[in-house]
Design a protein around this ligand. Structure first.
Ligand code: NAG
Ligand code: NAG
Length: 159
């Protein structure tokens, strides 16, 4: 009886130790994949930069960035792929935002315009983050039009 209890304490202690070692020492990688279209109905040429930001109370991190210019078309597809390592802290959360800077419909001398799309808060334990977005620079609008396959199958967006 007593031996059994000691053994149980030992086993519980061992598994707690291995869990805490995973949390403390393993880094978790999150793969990011943001794709979509960006439109400018006004007179081309136009240029843009799309940045995926991790908002932080002290400093915002740029996870990934993609830039382009369009000479003839009013629309361009973009793909932003990157990854980030998070050390497994207990309250591991990140807040994501897409920041778009552009000169659509502006004179060359004008300062670039910007608009943003907030994705919200997610766990750093998340293996991947995928979104398909539609950006209309002429209307100054952004829209999420697609999620990861596994999120769609789940029928909700887990954080
Ligand atoms: C990124 O997302 C696009 C659109 O959903 C998909 O075609 C592509 O295969 C994805 N890339 C990776 C590495 O998952
Ligand atoms: C476009 O939208 C952003 C918010 O995403 C806003 O800060 C900005 O002032 C808007 N620009 C124009 C020209 O309306």
């Amino acid at each position: 009886m007593r031996l059994g209890f000691v053994l149980l304490v030992y086993i519980v202690g061992m598994s707690a130790a291995s869990v805490s070692s995973i949390i403390q020492y393993d880094q978790i990688q999150t793969d990011f994949n943001i794709t979509g279209t960006i439109k400018c109905q006004n007179a081309p040429p136009w240029c843009y930069t799309v940045q995926l930001l991790e908002l932080d109370s002290t400093l915002n991190d740029v996870i990934g960035s993609v830039s382009g210019c369009e000479i003839t078309n009013p629309s361009q597809d973009f793909l932003l792929e990157d990854w980030q390592l998070f050390d497994g802290v207990f309250d591991g959360n990140f807040e994501l935002e897409l920041l778009i800077k552009h000169d659509c419909g502006l004179e060359i001398t004008n300062e670039k315009q910007s608009l943003s799309l907030s994705f919200g808060h997610f766990s750093t334990a998340r293996p991947s983050f995928e979104r398909i977005v539609e950006i209309d620079l002429s209307k100054n609008t952004t829209k999420i039009i697609g999620y990861s396959d596994w999120e769609r199958r789940l029928g909700k967006i887990p954080h």
